[in-house]
Every structure is written in structure tokens, then in C-alpha cells.
Design a protein around this ligand. Structure first.
Ligand code: ATP
Length: 367
């Protein structure tokens, strides 16, 4: 799907953030630039310690960049303290006031801003409705469930109508089922309010299902920005392919390339032609990336692009994973077949098999 251009809500330009001094120096953000559009559900995705929270804190104004600038609707926000920024944050811990009621918690930010009582009441009522908490408005937040606390935290952050809502792993304290429900709820809230959401998570599935666009981060850098489909189907780097979803990596050598397609040879002497990311010039040793569901198993090895021996079959209910020890050596290659009620069991471990790829399934990346 082509990306829709839109106005930028936030522009992060050449932002660097260094903590500590001397030998203890850590570049939590190593010169990051990214634009986040108005009304976008934008996710910062990456492993622990990659700099996600640091970037959120700089946007919120809880901390300052060592270098670079952050613009909100084209304006440099450096001079604005956090409370003057049209930005609000939902923390992982919710940070609710346990002795206050649900309604008092939601109205708290508006009271601090000195809004008139009638306006606060109207807005709180609207927020209670938005997060479906009207029935519990008089309860203390110490007397409601984790999922309900999460809704209150969201309502409180949305009440002052921020232009941008920052969400730092807001669902991580919830159990699996509730997390799934809240993912849908968050998406709905973002759609209904039209507020730009910047969502931090280390959960790739959460990022893929909720986001309009994702920035994949590693070690203080943004490696790739794109729609979930872009990131999943066209990873720009090995790290991105590895971090998101399951992937097979095949080492190979480039034989030739033409018009964005490289022909790669494997140890088994099979060859595959595949595309590669813009800006990458494949030569010498490379890695070929293939998603398990984009490969097919065929019982006749002669019909496979590559061949091997079935070493393991793992049944997952919805699908089955076939682990294949490739003839050229290297790691097991995994093929995923979706199960249907009529799926026949035709493979047994120890069988010689072939692996075929769907068109465009493979992608050549830097070794
Ligand atoms: P997590 O998912 O675990 O919250 P993260 O991706 O949000 O991780 P950050 O919290 O942004 O990562 O941290 C990035 C790096 O900066 C880490 O190496 C961290 O140890 C370091 N760091 C963060 N805050 C500080 C600080 N106040 N002082 C020193 N180092 C810090």
C-alpha cells in the first residue's frame, strides 16, 4: 500500500541524547530523525534499552536533547516546559491517584489548568463515556481492575485534548486477553479522537496489529520506518527481519544483479533471484530472507528450489511448522503450512523434501 502523505504533527530532527560522562557515557539516541503525521497511530518498536522511552521523554519535555531539535506542527518546542506542550503521556504504571475517584482522576489535569468547573464536569462526562466507565465514576481507582485503571489513565490523558498522546508500553501490565481487548479499544479511541498517538512497545505483534506506521529501533538508532506490511514484507535490514516475525536466513553469494534483482547462489549450488532494499548494493556474501509462510514444501525434492531432510514437524493447531535440514548445511529452514480440516498428513520426519518459494518471497539483505 503506498504511504499517504500528510501534515507532520512531530518532526524529530537529528536528535542525539547522551547520558553520563567520560567512560560511563551512553548514547541513548544516536542521531535520530523521523516525522510523525497528524492523526497517525505511530509506534516506536525495539528491544529493551534501544532508546524508545528516551525519545518519548524528549517529546514530552521531561528531558532535553544533547543535540538536534523537535518540532510540533512546525514549531520548535525546546522552550516549552512539559505542561505547556500540547502533549500528554500515558505511563506503563498508569500513575493514578488511588485515593481519588475515577471522575476526579480524569478531571485532575483540567483542574490543574484552572478550567471552569462546568467545563471540567462536561469534559469528564464525555471522557467517561468514551472509555465506557460511566458506571464506575464514583469508585476510587484503588477499587477497580487493572484494565479499568488503564481506561481511566487514558481518559485522564485525553481529557485536556492534547494534539499528541504519548503511550509508553501502556498495555504491558495487563494479561493476554485484556491486552488484546485494549489494543482494539486504543485503536478505536485514536480513530474517534483523531489525536496523534505515539505508542512505545517491544511487542512486535502489538506493533503490527495497531499501527499505521512503525519505526523499528535498535541501539539508539531508527533502522526503518514504514507501514506494518512494509516492515514485515520488505525489511531493510537483517535486524528488522529478525525482530519482526519468524524468518529464515540463508547465506549465499551474489552471482549477478540487474534492475533491482540479484541472483544468489547457495552452498547447495542452487540459485535464487530476489529483490533487495533501495540503497543496498548487493555484492559478495549476502543473506537471503524468507518468511516461513512464503515457502512451500513439496514431496518431490527434484521440484524444490532447495532441498533437505525433514527433521521435525510441529503442530500448532492453526498451522504446522516443518523444520528442514538443508542439503547445503546451515541452520534448519522452517516452512509454515496453514492447517485446514481437510489437510492431509503427507510428510514424515526423515523424508527428503523440496522447498519452493512463492514469487517475490525471498529478499536479499546485507550479510
Ligand atoms: P525499555 O523497553 O527497557 O524501557 P527503552 O528502549 O525505552 O527500553 P531507554 O529507557 O530509552 O530504552 O534507554 C536507552 C538507553 O539509555 C539504555 O542504555 C539506558 O540504560 C540508557 N538510559 C536511559 N535513561 C538514562 C539515564 N537517566 N541515565 C543514564 N542512562 C540512561
Amino acid at each position: 500500500m503506498p504511504e499517504q502523505p500528510g501534515k507532520n504533527a512531530i518532526e524529530v530532527r537529528g536528535v542525539r541524547k547522551v547520558f553520563g560522562t567520560g567512560e560511563n557515557q551512553v548514547a541513548a539516541l544516536d542521531t535520530v530523525s523521523v516525522s510523525i503525521r497528524e492523526n497517525e497511530f505511530f509506534t516506536l518498536l525495539g528491544p529493551s534499552g534501544c532508546g524508545k522511552t528516551t525519545l518519548l521523554r524528549l517529546i514530552a519535555g521531561f528531558d532535553f536533547p544533547t543535540a538536534g531539535e523537535i518540532l510540533l506542527h512546525g514549531q520548535d518546542i525546546a522552550p516549552l516546559p512539559p505542561y505547556k506542550r500540547p502533549v500528554n503521556t500515558v505511563f506503563q504504571s498508569y500513575a493514578l491517584f488511588p485515593h481519588m475517584t475515577v471522575a476526579q482522576n480524569i478531571g485532575f489535569g483540567l483542574e490543574m489548568l484552572g478550567k471552569p468547573k462546568a467545563e471540567i464536569e462536561a469534559r469528564v462526562a464525555q471522557m467517561l463515556k468514551l472509555v465506557k466507565m460511566e458506571a464506575l465514576k464514583a469508585r476510587r481507582t484503588s477499587q477497580i481492575s487493572g484494565g479499568q485503571q488503564q481506561r481511566v489513565a487514558l481518559a485522564r490523558a485525553l481529557a485536556p485534548q492534547p494534539k499528541v498522546l504519548l503511550l509508553d508500553e501502556p498495555l504491558s501490565a495487563l494479561d493476554y486477553k485484556l491486552r488484546k481487548e485494549m489494543q482494539i479499544e486504543l485503536k478505536r479511541l485514536q480513530n474517534e479522537t483523531g489525536i496523534t498517538f505515539i505508542f512505545v512497545t517491544h511487542d512486535q505483534e502489538e506493533a503490527l496489529t495497531m499501527s499505521d506506521r512503525i519505526a523499528v529501533m535498535s541501539a539508539g538508532k531508527i533502522l526503518q520506518v514504514g507501514t506494518p506490511r512494509d516492515i514485515y514484507d520488505r525489511p531493510a535490514e537483517r535486524f528488522v527481519a529478525d525482530f519482526i516475525g519468524e524468518t529464515n536466513f540463508l547465506p549465499g553469494t551474489v552471482l549477478s544483479k540487474q534492475a533491482g534483482v540479484a541472483t544468489v547462489k547457495f552452498a547447495s549450488s542452487a540459485t535464487i533471484s530476489a529483490g533487495y532494499p533501495e540503497g543496498f548494493n548487493p555484492t559478495g556474501e549476502v543473506t537471503l530472507v524468507v518468511r516461513p509462510e512464503h515457502a512451500d514444501l513439496v514431496p518431490d525434492p527434484a521440484k524444490g528450489t532447495i532441498t533437505g531432510t525433514l527433521s521435525n514437524i510441529v503442530y500448532f493447531g492453526t498451522d504446522t511448522h516443518y523444520h528442514v535440514k538443508l542439503d547445503g548445511g546451515g541452520e534448519n529452514f522452517i516452512v509454515r503450512h496453514q492447517n485446514s480440516r481437510s489437510s492431509a498428513v503427507i510428510y514424515e520426519t526423515g523424508a527428503k523434501v523440496g522447498i519452493q518459494f512463492e514469487e517475490d518471497a525471498a529478499r536479499v539483505l546485507k550479510d
